[in-house]
Design a protein around this ligand. Structure first.
Ligand SMILES: *[C@@H]1O[C@H](CO)[C@@H](O)[C@H](O)[C@H]1NC(C)=O
Ligand SMILES: *[C@@H]1O[C@H](CO)[C@@H](O)[C@H](O)[C@H]1NC(C)=O
Length: 242
């Protein structure tokens, strides 16, 4: 009796070693669609088992990042630890990067393989993609249903909406205009999720070129106007008429 309970619990635990995959990331209308790093089109999406259906799920654990056994984007069964820089360059070469602007929103399609690929998902943007890069928390709406990364859903895709900040500057990749978006749930066996590359366009975007630098100055001015210094500047402008 007892052993059968143990067996049942064990098989349940194995069955829920779970997972979600970032299948498609869409930013500005008309731009390309990004895909999660190391997401493999050949992996079946119609089952829950480790092999084949969890092979390209990304596992992103803080403890592993701290121990430096993985980087910012974790690891998959198929690819092992992900080399973030290499993934970014491959996405640039493959011309498969969606575009983003300040204050707009991303649609991220997450394939939930089984129970603990559920929501809610937390997303951050890493603006430089290198070790100096800040990871800024993003506001997620329309999140994948679930509690602590757990729900009864399986092989089902959900689309979450992720708001980009008003002001940010993507400086990653050889093109110097790439940010990394990382989303993950907080499942015990995970967290599961993934990373992808996005390209900044419009104000503040375009990396090192002069136009972008000019735009940034304008953005800085706008920001300054919001704080006390900017306030003083505004009054000085008014008084002196410049
Ligand atoms: C599951 O998907 C794979 C391809 O990804 C296909 O070969 C297989 O027949 C599908 N199985 C079922 C039961 O639909
Ligand atoms: C941003 O990403 C890089 C990996 O490309 C990583 O080294 C860095 O630590 C990340 N920043 C943060 C704050 O996690």
């Amino acid at each position: 009796m007892r052993s059968s309970i143990v067996a049942a619990v064990f098989s349940f635990a194995v069955a829920v070693s779970g997972h979600g995959v970032l299948l498609a990331i869409d930013g500005e209308p008309g731009s390309k669609t990004s895909v999660g790093f190391e997401v493999d089109d050949n992996v079946a999406r119609n089952c829950t088992g480790i092999s084949p259906c969890q092979q390209d799920t990304t596992i992103i654990r803080e403890a592993e990042i701290a121990a430096k056994t993985v980087g910012f984007c974790g690891r998959t069964q198929l690819a092992g630890p992900l080399d973030t820089q290499k993934e970014v360059e491959e996405a640039i070469k493959g011309d498969s990067i969606t575009e983003v602007k300040g204050g707009t929103s991303l649609a991220i399609k997450i394939h939930q393989v089984n129970a603990d690929g559920a929501g809610p998902y937390d997303c951050v943007v890493n603006q430089s993609g290198d070790d100096a890069g800040q990871a800024t928390e993003l506001v997620v709406s329309n999140n994948v249903p679930g509690e602590n990364g757990f729900s009864p859903a399986k092989f089902e895709a959900f689309t979450i909406n992720v708001a980009m900040p008003d002001n940010f500057k993507c400086t990653g990749g050889s093109t110097k205009d790439i940010c990394i978006i990382r989303c993950r749930n907080n499942a015990l066996a995970g967290p599961f999720g993934g990373c992808t590359a996005v390209r900044q366009v419009g104000a503040g975007g375009g990396g090192g070129d002069n136009k972008a630098a000019g735009n940034n100055k304008k953005d800085d001015k706008k920001n300054n106007n919001k704080n006390a210094r900017g306030f003083t500047l505004k009054w000085a402008r008014r008084a002196l008429g410049f």
